[in-house]
Write a protein that binds this ligand. Structure first.
Ligand code: NDP
Length: 337
């Protein structure tokens, strides 16, 4: 069994030496357990947070422990009455070839999931994040303008496509011309602009002539600064992620702009609301899977997957994800499908 453990806590950007690949004998399941072989491992921005011991909504990965992660696996050996050899399950085996489970943290893949890797993207956690954040907090109305950054990523691409299904205008923000073209031509965004362009704020103003009604916050940083000035009275800001600051080691320099921000929240009656998707599975996941699997089957929502080959490539895959070098939902192919 190959497994990748957290070797050291990164200061700033993670580096290869923060991870360590270990080999261990494959454990055999006890009565009531199954042995899982990982097929796909999802790489997600939250993993940077788990590498750090700063206070968060869940405890960090301990030094020497296997890196956490959502997985699609095949049951190799079963001593559990509900699972048989060959079953494909969604779970959280983390960054390793094999894992044991007592059955409580795994689920057979829903029959509406046509391709197993989709359980880690549009029909799984990232798609659910987009669905909940946009529809419950953003609440876009027909004709309103929805802006989302990281627009070709797992969450952002679903946000834009759901916004269009709700008859809103969808404006994407992404890194580079290729991603922007894909957002418009394939995902159906009304426009998409490059956050690295020197005149980004002017371009944002040009594509949001009526201001912004919903800003789905995935990144923070300079993008948020520019968006803030365009928010309309009554705008909603679901705060989903702040990837631009995940590698930050200190607060940015400059004057304290919190009073200015709070002044805007007040004057423009903004609704800024953070959410953690783990809180909503029990109440909303079934509705999500019904709606989203229908949209995917009808071709109304699509996802681009960026596959990384081999478990040993997972550290570089995560580093590249944080740096914006991938194009689409990042999935590591660990074992045979
Ligand atoms: P993404 O694939 O969208 O994340 C990587 C992308 O972030 C990069 O490709 C890059 O896109 C963008 N990015 C990185 N750095 C910056 C920067 N400095 N400025 C602007 N964009 C940047 O991942 P996901 O779709 O999985 O996640 C999107 C967000 O949602 C993340 O912030 C994540 O933490 C959050 N999230 C929150 C959840 C919750 O429960 N609240 C659950 C799931 C995700 P580009 O090249 O286009 O700039």
């Amino acid at each position: 069994n190959r497994r990748i453990v957290l070797q050291s806590r990164p200061h700033g950007e993670p580096k290869p030496s923060d991870f360590h690949l270990e080999h261990q004998p494959v454990a055999q399941p006890a009565e009531g357990q199954v042995l899982l072989r990982t097929i796909y491992l999802s790489l997600d921005p939250y993993m940077r947070g788990r590498m750090s011991d700063a206070p968060s909504y869940v405890p960090p990965v301990a030094l020497g422990d296997v890196m956490v992660g959502g997985t699609v696996s095949r049951v190799e050996v079963s001593r559990h009455p509900s699972f048989k050899v060959g079953d494909v399950v969604l779970g959280a085996s983390g960054w390793q070839d094999y894992a044991l489970s007592d059955g409580n943290d795994i689920h057979a893949l829903d029959s509406r999931i046509s391709r197993p890797s989709l359980a880690l993207s549009v029909l799984g956690m990232p798609g659910f994040t987009a669905y909940h954040g946009l529809l419950q907090i953003g609440q876009p109305k027909p004709g309103e303008t929805v802006v989302v950054a990281s627009a070709t990523g797992a969450v952002g691409s679903a946000v834009g496509q759901i916004a269009k299904l709700k008859h809103a205008r969808a404006i994407g923000i992404a890194g580079g011309a290729d991603k922007c073209r894909y957002a418009v031509e394939t995902l159906g965004f009304d426009a998409c602009i490059d956050h690295r362009a020197p005149d980004f704020a002017e371009q944002l103003a040009a594509v949001t002539p009526k201001g912004i009604d919903v800003y789905f916050e995935n990144v923070g940083g300079a993008v948020f600064d520019a968006v803030l000035r365009r928010l309309n009275i009554g705008a909603r800001v679901p705060v989903c992620g702040l990837i631009a600051q995940y590698n930050a080691t200190q607060l940015p320099e400059g004057p304290n702009r919190v009073p200015q921000l709070m002044g805007l929240v007040l004057a423009r009656r903004l609704r800024v609301e953070g959410f953690i998707i783990l809180d909503h599975y029990a109440t909303e996941f079934a509705d999500f899977l019904r709606d989203m699997s229908g949209w995917v089957a009808q071709g109304k929502v699509t996802v681009r997957e960026a596959f990384v080959d081999g478990l040993e490539q997972a550290p570089q895959g995560l580093m590249d994800l944080l740096a914006g070098k991938h194009f689409g939902k990042v999935v590591v192919r660990v074992g045979e499908g």
